[in-house]
Design a protein around this ligand. Sequence first.
Ligand code: IPM
Ligand code: MG
Length: 355
Amino acid sequence: MKIAVLPGDGIGPEIVAQAAKVLEALRSDGLKIELEYAHLGGAGYDAAGDPFPAATEKLALAADAVLLGAVGGYQYDTLPRPMRPEQGLLRIRNGLGLFANLRPAMVYPELVNASSLKPELVSGLDIMILRELTGDIYFGQPRGIRTLPNGERQGFDTMLYSESEIRRVAHVGFRIAMKRNKKLCSVDKANVLDTSMFWREIVTEVAKEYPTVALSHMYVDNAAMQLVRAPKQFDVILTGNIFGDILSDEASMLTGSIGMLPSASLDANNKGLYEPCHGSAPDIAGKDIANPLATILSLAMMMRYTFAREDIAQRIETAVRKTLQRGLRTADIAEAGMQKIGTAAMGDAVVKALS
Ligand code: IPM
Ligand code: MG
């Protein structure tokens, strides 16, 4: 298992260090794991003047899987756009062809009270959001800021999806649904956007190859509302890049803390980049209070999807559950009166629970 490790910025290095402890423990159990480190985001800009340095690209292309912390920091906010940390993230997604972004939103029984929704609405919640990750208005050309003949300036972007892009991510969605509760809800804005009308047409066509999956369609505004009204109605949500960006943040809060949610971004051969759903949280960086569990759970996804080691995936997930059952909490998931532990202590506790 050749894993490229990109700690990134903010809390990235601290949380990735905890995941690395887990990998070390697995290695001493006999798994053949090789880790190589490189810079991404602001760290890339600082080290090489580029948020996605050539050395990082080379390492990521050669690896079987990539583990990423997070990117972004206040000190980079005033850089010209191509130099900003987020561009490093968009370029690595695009450069590795990682079009299928899996963002599970599940509620651990131990954390049901951490949700901002009533426990009965979220208890047992288990949704998989599949976000298309390399198309849509994120990458569509033309885009820019132009001056019209009348002298007024105008900003513009282009939303577009080609048939092959929709087809391949739809297939991933149906295959995931087949392994779950066989319900797929495709989210779009087909009442207004041509891109969405086309999306709906192609998804409906692909659905014919999966007759046992119940396909439904929902407008994105309604989906945003349904996610907080009755989130358990969903099994797999399939959607485009921009809608998926927004809905996955919303869904993450149903679970209590974005600090618990892992993600996988896969290419056509299950090579993947694994990262927590949360950002770099520069305000708490270096304080040993960030929650490393989303990053550790991202490793579990790596074992499941890239290395087809469901056994190890479950071992990691069970270790996280055991740690929560022991009552150990970082600040973001602690209920009043509970003892809080730091980032490193949480990493150590998961390692201990592994054996
Ligand atoms: C995410 C983030 C990124 C995105 C940003 C940091 C570019 O919000 O991974 O959801 O918009 O995709
Ligand atoms: Mg986002």
